[in-house]
Design a protein. Structure first.
Ligand code: TEU
Ligand code: CA
Length: 563
């Protein structure tokens, strides 16, 4: 197995708007981030993935960029960015930027030019088509955030494609001039000294020629066109070109966000000899339980499903390629609420079990801000309290049309809205959780009074200190990074058990995903081993260290070195 710093690293994601407000205007900012770097150093992480900080009108909180070479007004100045970068580097922390180049903002200078006339030099930076004969959008694709993926522009009597909101027009990667612009702006940031890119929906950039209609479901107005733009025909050419032109010239970390990517495709994206990317974020495990209206009507999910998905990825990328490991991010609900229990009596054991499970898989782990103190989902009573454009559009499309009742929709929102991950980080029990001295742009989860960083740092037995221990463990034990993964008990609905093996060393990882007390009895393949040493766990020992029968308490996790 080829060794690499980015395989050994632990990444921490910052969603700047919700991380720390440095100037009291209620919006997190760069000064706020800089003020918390000591904290991140103490936690022990190696890399920060910074969600977008570029100039943006914030239709989608910075994922709609109007100037790729400048900083969003609310977040501060380029000088403050440079200070943050320097201060991070001084502490041995690298910065990975978000690269959002499937689309720009409609307020980007390129688009403002492009929409002026059909022969404008920037016209082909975007995807324009005339309407259908007899009227209407060029095809029937639905936007990821609801409604048609096309917007009519009267000035030139044509439509432009937007797979996200109408303020996020898709860029035309067929155009070599556009690709050159992207490589140049990447170089601009790399020359500043940043350490990598997380690439937003990067597997959407190559569309099938002709942009054909997708199959319409009965009664639906629009259709999901994924088969015509996910992992499209020229995607590997583009990524190899990007690698040749830019990435190969810098010692960087790269991860491509890829909804709809399968493990077979991930091998092509991350295979060492392919010179594309290092890792992808797939969505298979975070989509478990999606129902009739996707995440808004969630069904219960089974542990066997989750294990099957994660194991397929572990085995699939075992020889070549590399996994990214995550439970949550700024688009997902909070990990404890989604995958274990956020009931206060189980919150510590849930959060530490999930952390252990994730960090003991093979791959590079990503911690989402607040996860390290066990922050939970929020349940605002009123739709007025939500800010996320996806949530608000879905409410309009589903509750507004009677497809779901208000109560059903609010239940879906409470479980899965992106705003669950976007309420501000809870730093202390001061007003607004110490996030701001002003009025926060989105309300702080009211549980900040007992779930907060200050509390978690003071308590040596907290989730926070458990994360620190896990990270330290990774630094000291190459088996956590490079060891082979092997699943045990694949049909068990309560216990997630697996081994990691590196040369002569073997570790056993046990995770109880249920609120029941369950018995683990070692399967055949472990018959010749004994539990040599408990490496980490989230309960006091109960003395049953014989592999034949281990009683796991609710959400208990244990990692043993086997002898
Ligand atoms: O997300 C891509 C994406 O597919 C999400 O819309 C995701 O499917 C959804 O949130 C889950 O319901 C990326 C960014 O991470 C997201 O914040 C942006 O809104 C989106 O791209 C557009 O840039
Ligand atoms: Ca601010």
């Amino acid at each position: 197995m080829t060794q690499a710093w980015w395989k050994e690293a632990v990444v921490y994601q910052i969603y700047p708007r919700s991380f720390m407000d440095g100037n009291g205007d209620g919006i997190g900012d760069l000064a706020g981030i800089t003020s918390r770097l000591d904290y991140l150093q103490e936690l022990g992480i190696d890399v920060i993935w910074l969600s977008p900080v570029y100039k943006s009108p914030n239709d989608d909180n910075g994922y709609d960029i109007s100037d790729y070479r400048d900083i969003m007004d609310e977040f501060g100045t380029m000088e403050q960015f440079d200070t943050m970068l320097e201060e991070a580097h001084r502490r041995g922390i690298k910065i990975m930027m978000d690269l959002v180049v499937n689309h720009s903002s409609d307020e980007h200078a390129w688009f403002m030019e492009a929409r002026k006339s059909k022969d404008n030099p920037y016209r082909d930076y975007y995807i324009w088509r005339p309407g259908r004969e007899g009227g209407g959008a060029p095809n029937n694709w639905v936007s990821c955030f609801g409604g048609s993926a096309w917007e009519y522009d009267a000035q030139t009597d044509e439509y432009y494609l937007h797979l996200f909101t109408r303020k996020q027009p898709d860029l035309n990667w067929e155009n070599p001039r556009l690709r050159r612009e992207v490589y140049d702006l990447m170089t601009f940031w790399l020359d500043k000294g940043i350490d990598g890119f997380r690439m937003d929906v990067i597997n959407f950039i190559s569309k099938v020629e002709g942009l054909p209609d997708a199959a319409l479901q009965e009664g639906a107005e629009y259709a999901w066109g994924g088969e015509y733009f996910l992992n499209g025909p020229r995607i590997h050419d583009y990524l190899q070109e990007m690698n040749r032109e830019v990435l190969s010239r810098y010692p960087v970390m790269t991860v491509g966000e890829m909804p709809g990517a399968t493990v077979e495709e991930a091998k092509l994206y991350t295979g060492l000899q392919r010179n594309e990317l290092q890792m992808v974020f797939h969505f298979e495990h975070v989509n478990v339980g999606d129902g009739k209206f996707g995440k808004w009507t969630p069904n219960p999910w089974k542990l066997t499903e989750l294990k099957a998905i994660l194991s397929k990825w572990q085995y699939g990328l075992r020889e070549d390629g590399w996994n990214s490991l995550y439970w949550s991010n700024h688009d997902q609900p909070r990990a404890v609420s989604r995958f274990a229990s956020d009931k206060e009596e189980y919150r510590f054991v849930s959060a530490t079990m999930l952390a252990t499970c994730l960090h003991l898989h093979q791959g590079t782990p990503y911690i989402y801000q607040g996860e390290e103190i066990g922050m939970t989902n929020v349940a605002f009573d009123s739709i007025e309290d939500y800010r996320d454009v996806e949530t608000l559009n879905a409410y309009r499309d589903l509750a507004g049309t009677g497809k779901l009742t208000h109560e059903q929709m609010m239940d879906g929102i409470h479980q899965r809205s992106r705003d669950n991950g976007r309420t501000p980080v809870q730093w202390s029990n001061a007003p607004h959780g110490g996030f701001t001295t002003g009025t926060p742009w989105i309300a702080v989860n009211p549980n900040f009074t007992h779930i907060n960083m200050e509390q978690s740092r003071q308590d040596p037995d907290s989730i926070y200190h458990y994360y620190r221990a896990l990270i330290r463990l990774r630094k000291a034990n190459p088996i956590m990074v490079y060891g082979d993964y092997d699943l045990l008990l694949e049909n068990d609905e309560q216990i997630y058990a697996f081994t990691r093996t590196l040369d002569a060393e073997k570790w056993l990882v046990l995770c109880n995903f249920s609120d029941q007390t369950v018995l683990f009895s070692a399967p055949e393949e472990l018959a010749s081993y004994t539990a040599d040493q408990l490496i980490i766990g989230n309960y006091e020992s109960n003395g049953d260290e014989t592999l034949g029968s281990i009683t796991l308490r609710p959400y208990e996790t244990r990692v043993y070195r086997l002898g």
